[in-house]
Design a protein around this ligand. Structure first.
Ligand code: CP
Length: 289
């Protein structure tokens, strides 16, 4: 059974195999790996990109999706997370895609027999986001080894940063972080933001995860934008071949200015498009077993 909970338990060969398959899908290859299959889409936290690109991936593979809304479900009558997932297995779903606010939620699901694909767990892992980030970088540079990336912003609350840092280092990238002290995490290379802007191949911006803060952010949004926000002056200081990435959703005027979102160096919407291709690859892998 090909669950996908994280990338740290996949070898570099397995990661490259998923990326190679995703590239085939990006180049127009077709598959009916999900024909006759039904996949449950169980998101216990909000999502626009991950939930809908997984659904698009299942449909592109010829399958069908059941979408669940916890707000109008029997969880409101006290049904547990485990029992809710078990319902979809009992209904005959062939796999489930799950996002949950609890880190390592999947450890509660060891008795579930259908494959489970992560849509993100708390501040822990977001494996398909990292795969689509990797695919975007590979398409741009043709390699990982030796590339310099700086992830900027709310590192401590970001499952994207945690997943990206681990896998990018393993693939031979030089990974740096930057941002305000309140979002810094010990153990990662820190670099001044304006130095990073001039030196990196990839500047990856993050949203401040207000929903995970225990109180108010210390720095004002205006100060954040001044010190760590990407504006066109900073974009113009980037290396000629360097690119801008963001997992999104983004906050215009905070970590990225309006005119940078779709500028020539931005790959933000390319990342979203790649989300469908990597999710086709992981859904196919799960259903093939
Ligand atoms: N990048 C990402 O996970 O976006 P969503 O929260 O919209 O799924």
């Amino acid at each position: 059974m090909k669950n996908l909970f994280d990338l740290s338990s996949l070898s570099v060969e397995e990661i490259n195999a998923i990326l190679d398959r995703a590239r085939q899908f990006a180049n127009g290859e077709k598959s009916d790996a999900a024909k006759g299959k039904v996949v449950a889409s169980l998101f216990f936290e909000p999502s626009t990109r991950t939930q809908n690109s997984y659904s698009m991936a299942v449909m592109r593979l010829g399958g069908q999706v059941i979408t669940f809304n916890s707000e109008v479900s029997s969880m409101k009558k006290g049904e547990t997370f485990y029992d809710t997932v078990k319902v979809f297995e009992a209904l005959g779903c062939d796999a489930a895609i799950i996002r949950h606010s609890e880190n390592e939620y999947y450890k509660q699901l060891t008795n579930i027999k259908m494959p489970i694909l992560s849509g993100g767990d708390g501040t822990g892992n977001h494996p398909t986001q990292s795969l689509l980030d990797l695919l975007t970088i590979k398409q741009e540079f043709g390699k990982f080894e030796g590339l310099k990336v700086c992830i900027v912003g709310d590192i401590i609350h970001s499952r994207v940063a945690h997943t990206d840092i681990e896998v990018m280092q393993r693939l031979g990238m030089e990974v740096y972080t930057s941002g305000p002290d309140e979002f810094k995490e010990e153990g990662f290379n820190y670099i001044d933001f304006d130095k990073a802007v001039k030196e990196m191949d990839v500047i990856m911006l993050l949203r401040i995860q207000h929903e995970r803060l225990s109180g108010e952010m210390i720095m004002t949004k205006e100060d954040y934008n001044k010190q760590f926000g990407l504006n066109m002056d900073r974009v113009n200081a980037m290396k000629p071949g360097a690119i801008i990435m963001h997992p999104a959703p983004f906050n215009r005027g905070v970590e990225i200015d309006d005119d940078c979102v779709e500028c020539a160096k931005s790959r933000i919407f390319k990342q979203m498009a790649n989300g469908v291709f990597v999710r086709m690859a992981v859904v196919e892998r799960a259903l093939k077993g």
